[in-house]
Design a protein around this ligand. Sequence first.
Ligand SMILES: O=C(O)CCC(=O)C(=O)O
Length: 250
Amino acid sequence: MPDTLAGRADFFRREGFMVVRGVLDREELAALDAELDRLARSVDALPTIREGFQLEQRQDAGRGRPAFRKIGGITDLSEPFARLLRHPRLLPLLHAIVGPRVQLYRDVCMMKPARVGREKPWHQDSVYWPWAPMELVSAMTALDDAGPENGCLQVIPRTHLVQRQHYGEELQLDLDDVEQARTRYVPLAAGDTLLFHSLLLHASEPNHSERDRRVCIFSYKPPELEFIGRGNRPEPILVSEITDPRVADF
Ligand SMILES: O=C(O)CCC(=O)C(=O)O
């Protein structure tokens, strides 16, 4: 991995993803952990923000609390998650990739709980999303150690340059043999962040293990993207703005 900001941004543009190790320290992880615990205890009072929340289809009687699949609008629900949105380890890279003004489109925790967490088939995020051109960047930060056994993300490098046809209600696609051979697991330690392009092919397997695989995903965009969805364009949420591009080079 190149060690200058510009080199890392070039790597991202070429490969469609990159991993930033050790973004969160143990204290920050503990604060986020406590927040998810608090939200799980107040599920009945949880407001629906942006795409809202979903419980897992299969619940786990042993857990004693509802098992979430997803909690949307997490930065409005929790101050520690709002701080992660603008984490100083990520902002310079985000500016180098997205540009001088960075807005938030999506903020979710994907929980993939132990034993019951479902798979997510192969797809490109931008096919679901109302923005053109399809040039968003997601930052997936692991809140637990994530490996193949508990459903870490899988990607296919360099697939972010071409939009693919998806099918079905969940909008997914099937890989051919060549693509299958190019798939890669991306194991993350708790506190690592995977940045990936909104057209990168990715998926994750079910979690049959005894360990949760919780991640937080923020999807960032430049303000110039055109809204091509139905209804009203969502109010922009500014994450960070720099007036002097050299400031990004710290
Ligand atoms: O949580 C996962 O493993 C997959 C999430 C994902 O693919 C997405 O949110 O687009």
